[in-house]
Write a protein that binds this ligand. Sequence first.
Ligand SMILES: C[S@@+](CC[C@H](N)C(=O)[O-])C[C@H]1O[C@@H](n2cnc3c(N)ncnc32)[C@H](O)[C@@H]1O
Length: 249
Amino acid sequence: MLRIIKRRARALLRPETSLHRGQILPEKNLRFGGVHFLDDEAFLSAGESDARRLMEWCGLTRESALLDIGCGTGRLPIGILSVLGLIRRYQGIDVNETAVDWCARHITPLHPSFRFLRINVQNERYNPSGKAVEENFRLPVPEHSFDLIHLYSVFSHMRSPDIQAYLREFARLITPKGSVFLTAFVEDNVSGEEENPADGGRQWKGALHCVRFSKTFFTAMISRAGLVIARESHGTETDGQSAFVLRKA
Ligand SMILES: C[S@@+](CC[C@H](N)C(=O)[O-])C[C@H]1O[C@@H](n2cnc3c(N)ncnc32)[C@H](O)[C@@H]1O
C-alpha cells in the first residue's frame, strides 16, 4: 500500500509519460536500452521497425497472439500500436516491477488486448531478489497459445541454465507453426559462455551486462529445446547482438 502511495506521489511530482507522434511513451528515466533511446523519435521508431520486422519475418498480423518476454517499458507494444494497431492478444512479461507497472497503467487501459504480467524470477541485473529458475520452471501462460514469442535484448542478460529453461518453455508455449524472435550475443570462435567479455572492444559494467555465447554452445541449447534456427542476422542489433528466428524442429 505504502509503495503504491509513494509511486503515485512520484508520478504527480515528475511526469511518467511523454507524447510523441500520437503515442504515449515512458519518460526518459524509465526507458531501457541505453542513451540512444533518450530521444523520443529514436525510441518510437525503433519499436516501429521491430514491429515491421516481426510482420515481415514472423508473419505478425492483427490476428496474432504475441508473448513479449522482457517487455521493459513497452518499446515493442508501442511500436506495434503505431504501425499495426490492436492485435488479437499481446502479453508482456517482465521481472522488473516498475516497468510492468508503467505498461499496465499506461497501455492496457487504452488497449485492453495488451496485457502485462510481472514474474518474480531472479535476474542479478534486473531483479536480484527474485526466485531462482528451477528445473521444472514454467511461465504462467497457457500452452500452445502463442503464434510468436519475442525477446529483444533479454538473453543478452541471462546465463545459460536460465536460457535453457526458457527455451524449453517456448517449445511448449508456441503453436505448431509458431516462431520465436530473439536477440543475443553470439559469435564464432569465442569461449562457450562468458559474462562481460574483455575482448569485445567494450567495457561492460555490472552483473550480466553482456552474456556472450559461442555459436556452437548457443545452437546446442536451441536444439536441446526441440527448436531450430530458421533465420539469423549476425551482429545487426543493439551493441552487436545477433537476431534469430526459431521454429519447432
Ligand atoms: C535491455 S532490457 C530490454 C527491454 C525491451 N525488450 C526492449 O528491447 O526495449 C532487458 C529486459 O529484460 C528483462 N528481464 C531480464 N531477465 C528476465 C527474465 N528472466 N524474465 C523476463 N524478463 C527478464 C529486464 O527486466 C528488462 O526489462
